[in-house]
Design a protein around this ligand. Structure first.
Ligand SMILES: [Zn+2]
Length: 292
């Protein structure tokens, strides 16, 4: 059963669904161990397979999610194969698990080093109390899918020869539905990851999480659905559905993903000299140091 970790319920924010099964959130953590340290120290694997590495790391920290045994399965594969339940963890929940796991093993404090107060200009040594961080929840349930109304949308112009045209051509496709991106998605696209090209990598992963597309428009002054994009047409366009959108629409999509429930890493510290509030971001890679 979900226990408390410094006031945080030990459960995922979005949860997992394995093979279309029921969504599960309850999380039983293991303390960081020699297995975790061995994976952490493998710089070479981390550099070449950053998300596989992250998957192994997190598998060493989870006993089970709901009914799914994680550590036992991971151990049985000699700590190589990332269990299915872990592949299904939404990326936002991955950060959250590392955060909970840090507190579960090390306690609720994190040394953040010296920072200069913008009011009194004096340096302050900051030890963050992680239990004061806040979870940001979404207004709607975004756990299985969520819609994004685009401004311009996708249009495949119809050609001059009507016989070569498909029914979806010439229509504006402007409402996209996505599911949250998972760790498994990141692992699947890992070869395209480069620290210098995160935007393209993120959009590639997001494009893969596109579940359906609709065409919306105004008819007699009322905004409503005009058509569904057929599966075959969706497959035919593939990444073009996201790649060819303008930056305003791509921004709307990124904005929707940013609204998924997550831990807000903004930490407020009261200056020891002048008592004014200092706002600092806790770097989530403190909990899972990423490739440089
Ligand atoms: Zn100050």
């Amino acid at each position: 059963m979900a226990s408390d970790i410094y006031g945080f319920k030990s459960e995922l924010l979005l949860g997992i669904s394995v093979d279309g099964g029921e969504r599960e959130k309850s999380l039983e953590l293991r303390k960081s161990s020699s297995v975790t340290e061995t994976i952490l120290a493998n710089e070479n694997y981390r550099g070449n397979h950053p998300f596989q590495w992250m998957g192994r790391l997190i598998s060493s920290l989870i006993e089970r999610i709901g009914e799914h045994e994680v550590y036992e399965e991971f151990r049985a594969s000699k700590f190589r194969k990332v269990p299915k339940a872990v592949l299904a963890i939404p990326m936002r929940d991955v950060d959250f698990v590392f955060f909970l796991s840090h507190m579960h093993t090390h306690g609720n404090t994190l040394d953040m080093g010296k920072h200069r107060c913008s009011e009194c200009r004096k340096n302050d040594l900051i030890e963050a109390d992680l239990s004061t961080l806040k979870v940001k929840r979404s207004e709607e349930d975004m756990s299985s899918e969520f819609g994004v109304q685009l401004r311009t949308g996708f249009l495949r112009e119809a050609g001059s020869n009507p016989q070569e045209n498909l029914p979806y051509m010439g229509k504006v496709w402007n409402k996209y539905f996505f599911r949250p991106v998972t760790l498994g998605d990141h692992i699947r696209h890992e070869e395209y990851y480069s620290p210098n090209n995160r935007v393209n990598f993120n959009m590639r992963v997001i494009g893969d999480a596109l579940v359906r597309v609709e065409s919306w428009g105004e008819v007699d002054g009322v905004w409503h659905k005009l058509a569904d994009l057929e599966e075959g047409s969706m497959q035919m366009e593939g990444m073009e559905l996201v790649d060819s959108l303008d930056s305003a629409d791509r921004g709307l999509i990124r904005g929707a993903f940013a609204r998924l429930p997550h831990l807000d890493f903004m930490y407020t510290h009261e200056c020891n000299h002048c008592s004014s509030d200092m706002k600092l971001d806790v770097d989530p890679t403190n909990f899972h140091p990423m490739v440089k």
